[in-house]
Design a protein around this ligand. Sequence first.
Ligand code: SAM
Length: 241
Amino acid sequence: MIFDEIHPAFWDRMAHLLGDEFSAFVSSYDSPSRNGLRVNTLKIAPGELLTLAPFDLEPIPWEPSGFTFTDDEHPGRHVHHAAGLYYIQEPSAMTAAALLDPRPGERVLDLAAAPGGKTTQIAAMMQNRGLLIANEIHPKRVWDLAENLERCGARNVAITNENPERLCERFEGYFDRVLLDAPCSGEGMMRKSAAARREWSPALVDGCAMRQAGILDAAARMVTPGGRLVYSTCTFAPEED
Ligand code: SAM
């Protein structure tokens, strides 16, 4: 039972935040999960993929290129995935790039980019035109990012492997749009990840909040006046959000 695997302080805080909705929130941990994929419009239109795909796809109401599939389907193993026709991505994760609303020809920074779910979405929205910088601080994760960008045919992207502060020294006020999809305590991952359940603690939340404040400051300094900054996490903790 997932409930017992998670620190009681998490449930106490969620009960306080959600009030009457708390019992529905707890029940959601035992209901089947919904998997998502986003069609890579750099390579194929959503309608065309629907005619090709040998598995059932249900449209996601808020994302025209997003679809859900059930646990029995394995689109990640299909040759269409290897060909970059879609990216496996949680339906909720598709909202950050939609809110960033990048346009072809702009200068855009994805500051915490690996493995590239949102970078590939941004490149598709930019129709491969303009400059997209995808930064990832951890060298090992850069390889996954590069592989996904190549698979998806994203050609307007330069990858950097920098700490946000140092990037800021070169790019102050430079970008029309900056996405900071911040490293976080991952509360939104606790339903599907036993490691996320084990690792959560109030101290982890405090540590993440401190780190995020520093990265957010650097992110804000790189946006041009009148530009747009989107900050996203996969956690519920108010300290981090
Ligand atoms: N945007 C990615 C996607 O959609 O596929 C997921 C990004 S993940 C939530 C957060 C990323 O922040 C991780 O790749 C992690 O390595 C990176 N990160 C960790 N510490 C960081 C720091 N101090 N500054 C910038 N990025 C950091």
